[in-house]
Ligand binder design. Structure first.
Ligand SMILES: Cc1cc2nc3c(=O)[nH]c(=O)nc-3n(C[C@H](O)[C@H](O)[C@H](O)COP(=O)(O)O)c2cc1C
Length: 485
């Protein structure tokens, strides 16, 4: 830990389920910050219980849940002893809505509790959880579940998470909370919110909760300044993420221009003013191609507390990406054949999304075009105001007719990919559809995937561990000598 207080390395949160408890726990045990992804973990828990929970880890964590009858209800709904058959589809979950049914709330709270509990098990290192501001409906019960398990940090990007710091303060006091919803086509005076009341939810059995630190992931000093001054509570630090990072990227400032590969062009205006960030007087970490020993030294020299790294951890043994995906990426990295593309339209969030080109994935035009459009997870649906003032939900990757019937524009459906279903497939829990087979994958990674083979042990072997990544990244800090990667 730097200064005995903050970690030098943050292992970035990676959804859906890529940075789950195995990875975050391994990193936390090295003394750095391990971060579980909180995105979609309700579906992940429901599906892993239907696979029989091999090893019994999920049920072990659920047994720790402070309200045992709630844990019993979740088990009753989803657990399949011995696991479901491979050609039986997973049971569906109701799509997220502003007034979430109680079953879904219970699954959200439980799944966030389980991830953090397992990541913190058996050591006293620090564990964080990552959410996307853009995905609003699950946020309140998810935060509560993570706090019930004693999460140390909440790390949040993909939007302006102004309301979250105050919500953490309120949840720590056992108060009811509300989150204003971003609603397309709404008037400035309209106010839509989602609410969560921990006392009502737990039948007044809510224990005392510690307030985790809150880190905002941002790509501009202006945004950091707005958050530092105007957020609803204290922002404890910033992760400053550049456009080569894996996952979603902030769009370039100004009018969108594309290069010959159809990728957004970033320029000087997108460089973050680190002096302005330093002036805010909060710890900050740099992200986006900082996964080498030299870059760690460089970040520290520039006044950062440390770095956040995702890609190097995404392909290590403790990541939940399937073995096939991890091995394909490592082999491509060895051969110098990694191709990462920033797709401006693939993600229904509207943010540019980094895609690692691999065969038989949705990044392949034929595979994409042959998939029947289905929207049955619904995490990336946007809220919109219907003519009668009520809330509707639509996703640019849902069946086109349904999207247009909800007032969406045809251009918003072009090239949109069902990221929800594909990301589940990436971690081996893709939906099986009778007559169509299993959902295809779509893998995200940062440009740094080119270098992941450098984490392979010098003694040989085709895989590396989270501990290998941490040791290599810190090697130059500890010795003062930068290693040539
Ligand atoms: C597979 C993958 C999934 C990611 N998912 C998320 C996510 O759900 N939320 C988020 O804030 N960042 C996400 N990221 C970004 C990482 O947390 C991290 O900031 C980024 O990877 C750092 O840059 P690097 O890719 O050069 O290491 C993801 C990155 C990868 C590689």
């Amino acid at each position: 830990m730097a200064n005995g207080q903050e970690p030098v390395i943050i292992q970035g949160g990676m959804g859906v389920g890529v940075s789950a408890w195995h990875l975050a726990r391994a990193v936390a045990m090295t003394g750095q910050l391990g971060v579980v992804s909180g995105t979609g973990v309700d579906i992940v828990l429901a599906r892993r219980l239907q696979l029989g929970d091999p090893g019994g880890h999920l049920r072990r964590a659920m047994a720790e849940f402070p309200i045992p009858d709630m844990a019993a209800r979740v088990l009753d709904r989803y657990f399949v002893d011995g696991g479901k058959a491979a050609d039986t589809p997973f049971k569906g979950c109701a799509l997220p809505k502003a007034d979430c049914p109680v079953e879904r709330l219970e699954l959200l709270v439980m799944s966030n509790f389980v991830e953090v509990t397992l990541a913190k098990e058996g050591h006293d290192g620090i564990v964080g959880i990552n959410y996307l501001e853009k995905i609003q409906l699950p946020t309140l019960p998810s935060l509560f579940g993570a706090m019930l398990a004693g999460v140390d940090y909440v790390v949040m990007g993909a939007g302006i998470p102004r309301a979250i710091p105050g919500i953490l303060d309120q949840l720590a006091q056992g108060e009811a909370v509300e989150l204003p919803l971003v609603v397309q086509d709404a008037a400035r005076t309209d106010r839509y919110v989602t609410r969560f009341d921990p006392v009502a939810f737990t039948d007044d059995r809510v224990p005392w909760l510690a307030r985790p630190k809150f880190l905002a992931i941002i790509a501009s000093a202006t945004l950091a300044t707005v958050l530092a001054r105007k957020a609803s509570g204290h922002v404890d630090g910033f992760v400053i993420e550049g456009p080569t990072a894996g996952g979603h990227n902030a769009p370039p400032r100004g009018a969108l221009k594309l290069n010959e590969r159809g990728e957004p062009i970033y320029g000087e205006r997108d460089a973050v003013d680190l002096e302005a960030i330093k002036a805010l007087g909060r710890p900050f970490w740099l992200a986006g191609s900082y996964g080498t020993p030299q870059r760690v030294v460089e970040a520290l020299d520039r006044g950062a507390t440390g770095i956040q790294v995702g890609t190097a951890f995404a392909f290590c043994r403790q990541s939940e990406l399937t073995d096939d995906i991890r091995q394909a990426a490592i082999q491509k990295s060895i051969r110098g054949e990694i191709d990462v593309r920033t797709d401006p339209v693939a993600s229904p969030t509207g943010f540019p999304f980094k895609v690692l080109e691999l065969t038989d994935t949705l990044s392949d035009k034929d595979v994409y075009e042959s998939r029947r459009r289905v929207c049955d997870i619904g995490y990336l649906r946007h809220a919109y105001k219907r003519r009668d003032g009520s809330l509707g939900w639509r996703c640019g990757a849902e069946p086109v007719d349904a999207y247009l019937a909800k007032g969406g524009k045809p251009a918003e459906t072009r090239g949109r990919k069902c990221v929800c279903n594909a990301l589940m497939a990436n971690i081996g829990i893709g939906q099986y559809r009778s007559g169509e087979g299993c959902e295809k994958t779509l893998v995200t990674s940062g440009d740094e995937a080119r270098h992941i083979h450098k984490f392979l042990p010098s003694t040989g072997g085709t895989s590396y561990s989270a501990e290998d990544v941490v040791a290599q990244l810190l090697s130059a800090v500890e010795t003062g000598v930068a290693i040539t990667p």
